[in-house]
Design a protein around this ligand. Structure first.
Ligand code: ATP
Ligand code: MG
Length: 399
């Protein structure tokens, strides 16, 4: 068999699939892979990482540790990543040994907001007006039309971290100093009518499929609620979002699961916000509301298996469960995660169509993603009524 034909052969169940990172996304990938009969390997330095604890192999090493990477490459037949801040050199090193998807080059673009935005521009997809702030000169030259705006670090931001809202030039200068003058982008503050995201899965052969468009509600920069049902967003904008997500993935020659986040503006315009080179929190509803989940498709793309368009069989609402649930109103830690009096899961699970997912994290912290609930049902009205009941039981704000 020639090298090319071998390369195009799918990696079948019984082989071992590896993932860089042991967080909840890695854990759900591991679960999906194991259900299909794969063995799994996780590289993560934390002995109690959510994915490491459920994987067949757990390489306990830092992401740039050459020995650890060699160990992962030795045990895994193909390797993916579960967080975008995995160092690109680690993926490059692994790719010398094994197929790696997504490629380091695509992950590197998603890691850097200014490169990411340049890619949107290349693909002809509109994003928020912005300026790169990487020098005192660039700061001084900022167009005041971008204010008020949000200053975001180019690298390493997540869940609204590394972002400062700025009203004027003085605030902008202060914010850049507060962010230690690291390279940033300043984005114009846009009037958001809604936020949404699209998850696509693209194979080695360029075949691409998508999930329905998700409508997302953020609180304090963190995703709180995702609603997916027929009519959750105007159909013209939904169609535009799907086409934009596909052209962004095609433009990266992307292999794997990619999430593209968008803003829907008050005037009906759709602009892209950012991409995540992996399954995404806003796609967790797919685990219970679709015939294939985003993690199933991550397995398919990594293994080179065929892709079929996933079908949503139930309207769904996803509620994020943050560590705040384990604290009382004064911010005092109310219960340990393992204590006898956790949040009222039994009452929540008495509601119809509730699917509880907890990530097995040993410590709750405010804002930390501990789990999520997917609600499914026969109609969006029924799903919403149940989700609101769950919110009331858990002390989550209604939406
Ligand atoms: P994630 O967890 O999605 O990676 P992040 O830290 O990368 O988050 P962004 O997605 O850039 O952050 O922004 C977080 C939230 O802040 C957005 O979902 C949106 O609600 C708000 N936001 C960000 N940029 C803008 C903007 N230009 N105009 C208005 N609101 C914005
Ligand atoms: Mg975001």
């Amino acid at each position: 068999m020639s090298d090319t034909s071998q390369k195009n052969q799918p990696i079948l169940p019984g082989a071992t699939l590896g993932v860089m990172g042991g967080g909840q996304l890695g854990r759900m990938f591991v679960h999906a892979a194991q259900r299909m009969g794969y063995f799994t390997a996780v590289l993560d330095p934390d002995v109690s990482s959510p994915a490491g604890r459920v994987s067949h192999h757990h390489v306990l090493a830092d992401y740039l540790d050459a020995k650890g990477l060699a160990q992962l490459g030795a045990v895994a037949d193909a390797i993916t990543t579960e967080f975008e801040n995995v160092p690109a050199p680690a993926l490059v090193a692994l790719a010398r040994q094994r197929p790696v998807a997504p490629a380091a080059s695509a992950v590197a673009i998603a890691q850097d907001r200014s490169q990411e935005k340049a890619h949107f521009v290349r693909c002809g997809v509109a994003c928020a007006p912005y300026a790169v702030i990487d020098s005192a000169e660039a700061l001084a030259a900022v167009d005041t039309n971008l204010l008020p705006g949000i200053l975001k670090t180019s690298r390493m931001g997540y869940d609204g971290k590394g972002q400062v809202r700025v009203a004027d030039r003085a605030a902008l200068a202060a914010a850049w100093a507060q962010l230690r003058n690291v390279p940033c982008v300043l984005e114009k503050m846009l009037p958001l009518a809604a936020e949404c995201s699209v998850i696509v899965a693209r194979g080695r052969d360029g075949q691409i499929v998508n999930f329905p468009v998700q409508r997302n509600l953020h609180r304090e920069g963190i995703l709180a609620v995702t609603e997916v049902y027929e009519g959750n967003l105007p159909s013209a904008q939904s169609a535009t979002a799907v086409e934009a997500a596909k052209s962004i993935a095609n433009g990266l020659d992307y292999v794997g699961v990619l999430c593209v986040e968008f803003f829907l503006l008050a005037d009906g315009a759709l602009v892209v916000n950012e991409i995540a080179p992996r399954p995404h929190n806003s796609g967790h509803y797919t685990m219970d509301a679709c015939d294939l989940s985003q993690f199933d498709l991550q397995v398919h793309t990594l293994a080179g298996l065929p892709l079929t368009t996933p079908r949503q069989h139930s309207p769904s609402i996803m509620l994020n469960l943050l560590g705040d649930l384990w604290f009382d109103a004064n911010g005092v830690r109310a219960q340990a995660v393992t204590a006898a009096t956790p949040p009222p899961w039994a009452e929540v699970l008495a509601l119809p169509g509730v699917h509880l997912h907890l990530y097995g994290k040993l410590e709750a912290k405010p804002g930390r993603k501990m789990g999520h609930i997917n609600v499914t049902g026969a109609s969006i009205e029924a799903v919403r009524a149940t989700a609101l009941q769950a919110c009331a039981l858990l002390g989550l704000a209604p939406f």
